[in-house]
Unconditional design. Structure first.
Lengths: 306, 584
């Protein structure tokens, strides 16, 4: 395996080598490749969301309206996916929705993984009562249904902003990550290189950040990919139920508009695109995660694969 | 292996013979019983958006509870569907009052409760006593009634401390309760520590009715069945030119959590009427369904933007006037309401002809965006406002992004927030907020729309009074213009008071107090017109729009819906509806 690595990567630290290697495997994995392609398409959509408002103010996803069309209309040259009930361009909204989905998904997942990894490493490494306290807390939070809790918070405190929603998702989704990272840390802790570091006089902080963290990072990355999916779905569900941030155009919000204005069964060109996008984007993250799972867990690899 | 096969064979062969029959019998019975429920198909089936919360008239604040209660409890006077004048209902004729307007004498019809017990002046007196003693919601309207006398069974005399023009139109709008049933309830409540709370907790599941229908069965979670009341006073009588029924065999209220399901039921013929307002999105498909008709009714409502006149920036009338010009009501009506409504120019809806002042100015009517910005620019510059970069360049052309607006004092205008209800509560108001935010930014006002949960919004505006501007609405505005006094009289500028703007104007206060007491309709009208002019000039509230009410009915089974203010779900409809001949 080492022979495949070029001389330029040989000098890199172990974890960078591993990342590069795994990247190669990911590209060869058909599920991973499809996931990546889909993800790339959505990333392009998100990046492209800045363009329509520059073309004309009528393509502003939130408050740009067609000067002539004042009701929902089907796809046309001017509006590729048609317009919503007040004459806003559905295509621009779809692009803006991709941006919001990425923003919500990745930020929430990143935050929950950072929290989960920190707690996991600390609990696994420290052991004893710190471990007990942290893991019991994690257990308590893990059993709470995220969507329900966020719904209740929204009902209690009024309309939540998109960043509050992101923070809440992150706060409720870390325990799963921390459990896995803790298990990994417990196993790593017994390895000779940690022992060696300790004997060489490395501080606890140094051991955790320089020796343990790099080794759990691939696993953390895998979990982050799964978390993105759940964060996107939770945000969409919240927005659809009317508890989203009404100042942002997300796919869930588009679905809420279509539903609340009574166009659910009347305007498929308005209902289907956000629905399909939510499914495809979560699917792409899921496929990516499946592929990563296969790569990181050698037992799942197909025969003959290195 | 053999043993397992045997078990499976036993399950498939022997089990059905004995047990399936046993299981099927109750299942079939259950299906048949639902069938029986559908056999109530000769009833008028009405869809409500939710199950009524209560049939206790003191607690009923949700639309569904009120819909059912409206058929059960009745007031002394109701409004005529066409003229909106008062028609004697439980009362026999219009009230007689002395020249000073302090004593009202009302004769009652010969009426009975649904248990056959006569409805007498004692019931009226008891209801008033209950309101005053327990301070039930709305009791403040009865504060000035000093005494209720019952010289005989069919005469009630009200003695007022002062004369009030609103006594008939506001105070007397209560429904009359059966004293012989509620007396015991009141007695029990009086003995508790919180009498009002106990009174309001009373379930009242089998209310006695004075109306055309009486409660037959309430199957929780499924339906409410009302049967015709054999003792209804109006039966076969002619009231306001209509021969009263009820001519139908009963009413069945069903509950639909989502509009989509209700619409499907209506189109499939499982419903005869859906009580809720129909969103424009459903219109096309309903209009193309045979035997389904959409009935438009006017609403007495007020949807408006309110300003906090107690503090900057909206303590300045020039800024409020500039906002008024910048807000495009036509856009809101045409786009957000999809044309199902009209623009509002006064606190009193245009449809309320007796009191609406048609001579008010209409600032901003028919202007395009550019003209609006120019006009607002004029208003603001004249009041001393400046810009870091003016919205008009040297050639008088409008620029896309002007600099911040500076107050006459030279400081930049502080960012302000427009509070709106959340989108799921009312998409029109929430999106109006966002649109208004953009319109105001076009001239450099640092506006931000913020949807807020409804209860929190009311708390913020009415109790804490910590806000800049808000968008709210009154869906059921009284026809009597006295509510203007409640909304803008300086005395009501207090926590939980109705004067949410904190508007103070001694001249308005004087006119409002005079209008409340003026018994001469022509003179009162003049006062109300003047009040509207003051509010239109000072803009503490900016009236936005008045939606129309669209309700859908099926025409193949029942006919005779009476469309009037606030929809077809009125008392007249239920007294006049009849089955269509040869109905399925």
């Amino acid at each position: 395996m080492k022979d495949n690595i070029t001389s330029s990567t040989r000098n890199l630290p172990y974890w960078s080598q591993a990342l590069l290697e795994n990247w190669g495997r990911l590209r060869r994995n058909p599920t991973g490749r499809l996931g990546l392609i889909l993800l790339l398409a959505f990333a392009l959509m998100a990046a492209g969301s800045f363009i329509p408002p520059l073309v004309s103010p009528i393509y502003n996803p939130m408050h740009g309206v067609d000067p002539v069309i004042s009701h929902t209309s089907g796809p046309s040259l001017k509006h590729w996916l048609g317009t919503d009930f007040i004459g806003r361009d559905i295509f621009s909204q779809l692009l803006a929705g991709a941006r919001v989905a990425f923003m919500v998904g990745i930020t929430a997942a990143f935050m929950s993984v950072v929290l989960g990894v920190a707690v996991g490493i600390l609990a696994g490494y420290a052991g004893g009562w710190i471990d007990t306290i942290l893991m019991r807390t994690a257990d308590m939070i893990m059993v709470m249904p995220t969507l329900l809790v966020v719904l209740m918070a929204a009902a209690l405190f009024g309309q939540l902003s998109i960043w509050t929603i992101v923070a809440m998702i992150a706060l409720f989704r870390w325990p799963g990550v921390s459990r896995v990272i803790r298990a990994q840390t417990l196993s790593l802790k017994q390895r000779p290189f940690i022992e060696a570091a300790r004997i060489a006089g490395a501080s606890h902080v140094r051991i955790m950040t320089r020796h343990l963290l790099p080794n759990v990072l691939p696993l953390a990355l895998l979990y982050m990919t799964f978390r993105v999916t759940s964060a996107i779905i939770i945000e969409a569900a919240l927005a659809f139920l009317g508890f989203g941030d009404p100042t942002t155009v997300s796919w869930g919000m588009m679905l809420q508009w279509v539903w609340k204005t009574g166009h659910m069964f009347q305007a498929p060109y308005w209902l289907l695109p956000p629905g399909i996008c939510i499914s495809l984007l979560t699917l792409s993250f899921y496929m990516l995660a499946r592929a990563m799972d296969e790569i990181l867990d050698p037992r799942l690899r197909r025969q003959g694969e290195s | 292996m053999d043993g397992r096969a045997k078990i499976i064979r036993t399950m498939f062969l022997k089990w059905p013979l004995k047990k399936v029959v046993l299981l099927l019998v109750p299942a079939i019975a259950a299906v048949l019983s639902t069938g029986c429920h559908d056999n109530k198909s000769n009833l008028l089936r009405i869809g409500l958006a939710s199950e009524p919360k209560t049939l206790n008239v003191w607690l009923a604040s949700d639309a569904s509870s009120r819909a059912v209660l409206r058929l059960i409890y009745h007031p002394l006077y109701v409004r005529d569907p066409k003229t909106l004048d008062f028609v004697p209902w439980l009362a026999e004729s219009r009230p007689l009052y002395d020249p000073a307007g302090k004593t009202y004498t009302i004769g009652l019809r010969q009426a009975r409760w649904s248990d056959g017990h006569p409805l007498t002046s004692a019931d009226v007196a008891f209801t008033v006593k209950l309101i005053k003693e327990f301070k039930t919601p709305g009791w403040s309207r009865w504060k000035y009634v000093s005494k209720v006398e019952t010289p005989d069974q069919r005469t009630v005399v009200f003695h007022l401390k002062k004369n009030f023009a609103t006594f008939l139109s506001r105070t007397l709008q209560i429904v009359i309760l059966p004293a012989h049933k509620w007396r015991a309830v009141a007695r029990a409540a009086r003995r508790t520590q919180k009498p009002l709370a106990t009174l309001m907790r009373y379930k009242n599941e089998n209310p006695l009715s004075s109306g055309p229908f009486v409660m037959k069965q309430w199957r929780k979670g499924a339906y409410i069945h009302l049967a015709p009341n054999p003792y209804f006073f109006g039966r076969h009588k002619i009231i306001a030119g209509h021969r009263m029924g009820p001519l139908i065999k009963g009413v069945l209220f069903k509950f639909y959590g989502t509009t989509d399901v209700a619409m499907l039921a209506l189109r499939k013929g499982e419903l005869d009427m859906y009580w809720q307002h129909i969103q424009p999105g459903y219109m096309d498909i309903l209009e193309n369904t045979p035997h389904v008709k959409i009935i438009n009714s006017p609403k007495s409502a007020l949807y408006f933007m309110g300003f906090n006149t107690r503090r900057p920036p909206f303590d300045d009338v020039a800024l409020r006037r500039a906002v008024e010009v910048l807000v495009d009501k036509h856009f809101i009506v045409e786009r957000l309401l999809q044309g199902q409504g009209s623009e509002m120019w006064s606190i009193i809806p245009e449809g309320n002809r007796r009191w609406y002042n048609p001579h008010l100015p209409r600032p901003g009517e028919g202007l395009n965006r550019e003209q609006r910005i120019r006009k607002a620019y004029q208003i603001l510059s004249a009041a001393g406002y400046r810009w870091q970069k003016p919205p008009l360049d040297a050639d008088g052309k409008i620029i896309a992004r002007p600099g911040d607006l500076l107050t006459p004092g030279g400081d930049p205008l502080k960012p302000f927030t427009i509070l709106t209800p959340p989108a799921d509560y009312d998409p029109a108001r929430a999106i109006s907020g966002t649109m208004i935010q953009e319109w105001l930014r076009e001239i450099g006002m640092p506006a931000k729309a913020r949807p807020m949960e409804f209860g929190a919004l009311i708390q913020q505006v009415k109790v804490r009074r910590n806000f800049d501007a808000f968008i709210l609405g009154y869906g059921r505005l009284p026809l009597d213009p006295d509510y203007m006094r409640s909304l803008f009289h300086s005395r009501n500028d207090r926590p939980r008071g109705w004067n949410m703007s904190g508007y103070h104007n001694p001249e308005f206060d004087r006119l409002a107090t005079a209008a409340q007491r003026e018994m001469n309709p022509r003179k009162r009208r003049k006062l109300v017109f003047a009040m509207q002019s003051i509010i239109a000039a000072d803009v503490p509230y900016l009236p936005l729009y008045l939606p129309t009410l669209n309700q859908a009915v099926r025409t193949d089974r029942f006919s005779g819906w009476v469309s009037m203010l606030d929809g077809i779900g009125n008392r007249w409809s239920f007294c006049l509806l009849r089955e269509v001949e040869g109905a399925p």
